[in-house]
Structures are given as C-alpha cells and as structure tokens.
Write a protein that binds this ligand. Structure first.
Ligand SMILES: [Zn+2]
Ligand SMILES: [Zn+2]
Length: 271
C-alpha cells in the first residue's frame, strides 16, 4: 500500500493558491497514494480565509466528482478543517479536522494564527502583555472543541507556539504552560482519536520544526492518540514539505506508526 498522503490541504475555495485538480495532479506527480481536502469551514467572523456557504456546496460536489475521475490513480477524500466557532453542517465528509484559529473574547473573534507583531498586539490589548495568560485562555477555549462536533483529527494542537522560535511569549517548558496544554489534551482523550504533526509553519517560514512540540507529543503518545503527518498545504509546491522531519520527530517521541486514511477508514502503517 502507498502510505504517502496529505489530509490537510487547502485550495482556492478558501485561502489556498491552487485549485482542487491542480492539487490532485501535484499529489500524483509526487507519488502520493492519497490526498484529502480540508477547506476552512465558513467563518462568519473571517469570510476571507474561509469557504463561503455556497462555495462549500461546490467544493463538496467538485471533490466528489474528482474521486471518481481519479479513482484509478489516487484516493481522493473529502474533509473539512472546522474552526471552533464556525456554525456549519458537519455531515457528508469523509473526515473532520478540528482546529482553533480565533479566540472568542467578549463579542469579538480574534485571529491569532498570525505574525509575531500581530500576536504581540493581541497579547498587549487583550491580556495586558501577559503571554502566559494568552496561552491559558487559548487552551481553555480549545479544550471545548469536542462540544462542537465529532472530529477525527486534532488540528495543529499547539498552534499558539507558531512564533515561539522568533519570540518567547511564554515558556513552553514550564509546568504552568504544560498544565494548560495537558488539560486541553485531556478533554479530547478518548473522543478524538488522531492528531496531526503539522509542517505548515515550516513551509511558510515561521518555524524550523513541526507542531506539536516534543513535550506535547510525548504526552499524546502516553495517552494513546494516533499520529497523522500533514503539511497544512496552501501551495502545491509544499505538499510533502518536511515529512521526513515529522517522521523523525515521531520516532524520537516513541511513535512507531502513523495513520493514513483509506477508502475503508483510518489504518495504521509503520513509520
Ligand atoms: Zn488551521
Ligand atoms: Zn489548515
């Protein structure tokens, strides 16, 4: 079985650069056995990053047609990257990724999947300059994810560490940080079977290592979460970006296998 695949793929239906068919062809050129699409669920608080409601219907129809068109060459899957505060229908997908990109603060939805400068601004305005308070509130909100649906994959669990190599807004080795992170993770235990090792921040120049960080990965291993390797791809050039780095990281943290999606469901394969 060809286990090379990516289940976290964006297209022109949301904030990606390539069309569905361009991505499929890039995946075939790279020798992939499968590709799954995970358009951003419609966010009324962030329409420019997400699929529109009408676009979501077209997205579902197009990918369903592509499954048939390419069925002899590659497995195509229909997924969704759900943002925690999206209000959308979650039925009809092959798999769901559950993510948090916005904090709900009062009546505002504050996007924190942003540059160092923007995150610094958010921490100053909403958290009085206290980076750990930002981490605490982010994990508190992400810890509520399972109230919103039944997800297969936890999306970029510690995305709040996106800029940590450039600016240490909080200490990711501290007991306090890990307490907040593990409380969120514990809330997903037994409810969301898989997490992703996500290399998207590498291709976009934010980081040199994938999410999650090692201290989180070791806890995920201990608690029995299964690993999926994904590139959070917004540009077909980077469809398999740093997959070798993700594999090494998983091996270092005690994982021996990863999970892939097949037409009959998720399946473990050796790393
Ligand atoms: Zn995301
Ligand atoms: Zn994504």
């Amino acid at each position: 079985m060809n286990s090379l695949q990516n289940l976290h793929t964006h297209t022109t239906y949301c904030d990606g650069k390539d069309t569905v068919e361009e991505m499929i062809n890039a995946a075939i050129d790279k020798g992939f056995g499968g590709i799954g699409f995970s358009g951003h669920s419609y966010m009324f608080y962030s329409p420019s990053y997400s699929m529109s409601l009408e676009g979501t219907e077209k997205y579902k129809a197009e990918i369903t047609a592509m499954k048939e068109k390419y069925k002899d060459r590659i497995d195509v899957f229909l997924g969704l990257e759900f943002d925690e505060y999206s209000v959308v229908d979650l039925s009809g997908y092959d798999y769901l990724i559950g993510s948090l990109h916005y904090l709900k603060i009062g009546d505002e939805y504050v996007g924190f999947d942003r540059s160092v400068e923007e995150v610094e601004r958010i921490i100053n305005i909403y958290f009085g300059g206290d980076g750990m308070a930002f981490a605490k509130e982010s994990y508190r909100q992400f810890g509520e994810l399972t109230k919103y649906g039944k997800f297969d994959i936890i999306g970029h669990f510690d995305i709040i560490t996106k800029n940590i190599e450039k600016k240490k807004f909080f200490d990711t080795d501290s007991g306090e940080y890990l307490k907040y992170a593990f409380e969120a993770l514990d809330s997903m235990r037994g409810k969301i079977p898989f997490f992703e090792v996500n290399t998207g921040a590498i291709s976009r120049g934010y980081r040199t290592s994938p999410y999650p960080m090692k201290n989180i990965l070791k806890q995920m291993k201990e608690w029995g979460f299964g690993a999926v390797i994904s590139s959070d791809c917004h540009d077909s050039k980077y469809l398999d970006c740093a997959f070798d780095v993700a594999r090494e990281l998983l091996l270092e943290c005690g994982f021996c296998e990863k999970y892939i999606l097949t037409p009959s469901g998720f399946s473990a394969v050796p790393l």
